[in-house]
Design a protein around this ligand. Structure first.
Ligand code: BG6
Length: 492
């Protein structure tokens, strides 16, 4: 093995939704990367499952093409791809019908014998979310949720987001899954937690005295978390119509980032201790009011010479849609570390630039001795760039050379790509490997998931009463609606 990690035990990974986008863009490329780095177990099989009837060979051929298309920045060796694809199988059946799961049971049995795999199976639900409950139920009815002999194997289930569409639906789905699988075998995936830079928040905070001792309301003025995207909704209009930015990005990804920024240090890195600390932060959130959240939708606009359609003109979107494609929000965490420090989330589609970052603004010095040109409240900022090019920058004030004491904000930068020879795994590689090893540290636990829904649910309910009230618009290619600036100016 090329890296310093233990390989997971032999197992079968069943992917429901194998003909979908997630499988071809993320899951199979990530599994190939793991295979290429010799991180997969020897006795390992991937079984793709979907309704369309393909043979194993037809499915492999499609996925072969996809691998060459979606393995970013790399042309894989043909023989390695072929060796990988020998581990890939396919089964076409109707996964809505519990009566058809005997096909799955038979195929699993045949694959286990052919590849000498122990009775260890992960089910990955990469289907439309309406199917999660149905599939779990059918797995339960056909007794595929448990190993054949109690002591000799295991079953795990990975569930993609969105996990529910409101507090009630998330709770109902949790109840259903927990009646079929044990909580410790349910892996609710949030791919942001698999990002190397996101995990590094914890190392930066808890392995360095200089940051953690300033990491509180005495020294921090505010925290901003951005996940801005240049892309529009692409071909996901239908899904997005039922989701919107609050459900699609805030309830999961941004909340998890905030959890890592705001949590206390766990006493060890054991999965439940870590997740206890995130849940404690979510429990301390001050309830939101409508004034704390600005929601926007993009209208047509031009970027350079390119004319971009508005959200309502996108495929699968209603011409009078009130779904938000942008959110700016402000909130507080009522605890001793963070009381009174505003946190801001900014996320949206079709913005001027893609930008995923966390900015910690430190308080200004109590006495301004020098003339400064520092923006915002202070010269000191710590910027963690979560997406490529990943970096960490610390900003501080220095004297401009000359006879006056004039201050300029300068920056000390660390770029991840300067860590040469270090392979940075993508989020799905990391998370898939963790689930295969039974490590749920970077997966969301029931309580945190329900608490994050509880936080945003009152806002969703208010919007549902008057869908167009308060919806503001911004041109595609802009920085978002001007109204986002209101949040900086009013107080509670
Ligand atoms: C997904 C959202 O979960 O995350 C998408 O559904 C969004 O709308 C994507 O584009 C962003 O992820 P990343 O890793 O590309 O920043």
């Amino acid at each position: 093995m090329k890296e310093n990690m233990t390989k997971p035990a032999g197992q079968i990974l069943v992917i429901f939704g194998a003909s979908g986008d997630l499988t071809k863009r993320k899951l199979l490329p990530s599994l190939f990367e793991l295979f290429d780095r010799e991180a997969l177990p020897e006795h390992f099989v991937i079984l793709g499952v979907a309704r369309t009837p393909y043979s194993d060979e037809e499915f492999r051929l499609q996925q072969r093409e996809n691998l060459f298309l979606f393995l970013k920045g790399k042309r894989p060796e043909e023989q390695r791809v072929d060796a990988f694809l020998k581990k890939v199988y396919y089964l076409g059946f109707n996964s809505d019908e519990a009566g058809e799961y005997h096909y799955l049971a038979e195929k699993l049995q045949a694959l286990r014998s052919a590849h000498d795999v122990p009775d260890q199976v992960i089910f990955y639900l990469a289907t439309p979310p309406q199917k999660y409950g149905l599939i779990a139920e059918a797995l339960g009815k056909s007794k595929l949720n448990k190993p054949q002999q109690k002591q000799e194997g295991w079953r795990r289930i990975i569930v993609e987001k969105p996990f529910g569409s409101s507090l009630e639906t998330a709770q109902a789905l949790n109840r259903k899954l927990c009646s079929i699988f044990d909580e410790e075998d349910i892996y609710r995936i949030d791919h942001f937690l698999g990002k190397e830079t996101v995990q590094n928040i914890l190392v930066l905070r808890f392995a360095n005295q200089i940051f953690e001792s300033l990491w509180n309301r005495n020294y921090i003025d505010s925290v901003e978390i951005y996940a801005a995207e240049k892309l529009g909704v692409e071909n996901r209009g239908k899904y997005y119509e039922g989701a919107g930015a609050l459900r699609d990005m805030i309830q999961n990804h941004l909340m998890q980032l905030m959890g890592f920024v705001a949590m206390e240090a766990p006493s060890s890195f054991e999965a439940n201790l870590m997740r206890d600390e995130v849940a404690k932060v979510f429990r301390a959130l001050h309830p939101l009011s409508l004034n704390d959240v600005i929601r926007g939708q993009y209208v047509a606009g031009s970027v350079g010479n390119e004319w971009l359609p508005g959200y309502r003109e996108e495929k699968g979107v209603a011409p009078d849609s009130t779904t938000e494609t942008y959110i700016a929000m402000r909130f507080f965490i009522d605890n001793w570390r963070w009381g009174g420090v505003p946190f801001y989330f900014y996320t949206g589609k079709r913005l001027r630039e893609s930008r995923s970052e966390i900015i910690i603004h430190f308080k200004n010095v109590p006495h301004r001795l020098f003339n400064g040109i520092c923006p915002h409240a202070s010269c000191n900022e710590l910027i963690l760039k979560v997406d490529a090019p990943e970096s960490i920058s610390l900003k501080f004030g220095l004297k401009i050379p000359g006879s006056f004491f004039e201050v300029k904000q300068v920056s000390m930068n660390f770029a991840y790509d300067s860590l040469c020879n270090t392979y940075i795994a993508n989020a799905y590689e990391r998370l898939l490997l963790d689930a295969m090893q039974g490590d749920s540290t970077l997966y969301t636990r029931t309580d945190a998931l329900e608490l994050s829904w509880r936080f945003i649910d009152p806002i969703l309910k208010e919007w549902a009463k008057e869908p167009s009230k308060g919806l503001v618009f911004y041109p595609a290619g802009s920085d978002g609606p001007e109204e986002r600036k209101w949040l900086l100016h009013y107080s509670l």
